[in-house]
Design a protein around this ligand. Structure first.
Ligand SMILES: *[C@@H]1O[C@H](CO)[C@@H](O)[C@H](O)[C@H]1NC(C)=O
Length: 117
């Protein structure tokens, strides 16, 4: 799996609208973020990949790690936050919104989601 493929798996659901907790529970499982551990926080972006790639063309801004390969844009998202775990069962609170996100890009491809709420 390349970093781009991983970004797509973890953060892109172009056709979905998301927005609630059952969406998060289902998608966190389907996209393999509940094994071996429940990922604590994850964001799904509900925009087509062209829109997301276009964010990589905006001016560079610093990432959290200080590198300068981050970019920002406003997109529709569902933020999934872990609320409980029990015997490998991960429970999430899901919330949909349109918000500013920061992503790291390599070349023209998004490879990392930088801003968790
Ligand atoms: C949660 O969202 C999904 C897809 O966005 C939708 O199909 C479903 O009806 C919603 N469920 C609830 C309980 O609102």
């Amino acid at each position: 799996e390349t970093m781009y493929q991983r970004f797509l798996r973890e953060h892109v659901d172009s056709t979905g609208t998301g927005g609630n907790s059952s969406y998060c529970k289902k998608m966190m499982q389907e996209r393999e973020m509940t094994r071996p551990r429940c990922k604590r926080f994850n964001t799904f972006i509900h925009e087509d990949i062209g829109t997301i790639k276009n964010i990589c063309k905006t001016p560079q801004i610093p990432c959290k790690n200080g590198k300068m390969n981050c970019h920002e844009g406003e997109v529709r998202v569902t933020d999934c936050r872990l609320t409980a775990r029990f015997r490998g069962n991960c429970r999430y609170q899901g919330r949909g919104s349109s918000r500013r996100v920061v992503i790291a890009c390599q070349g023209k491809l998004p490879v990392h989601f930088d801003n968790y709420l």
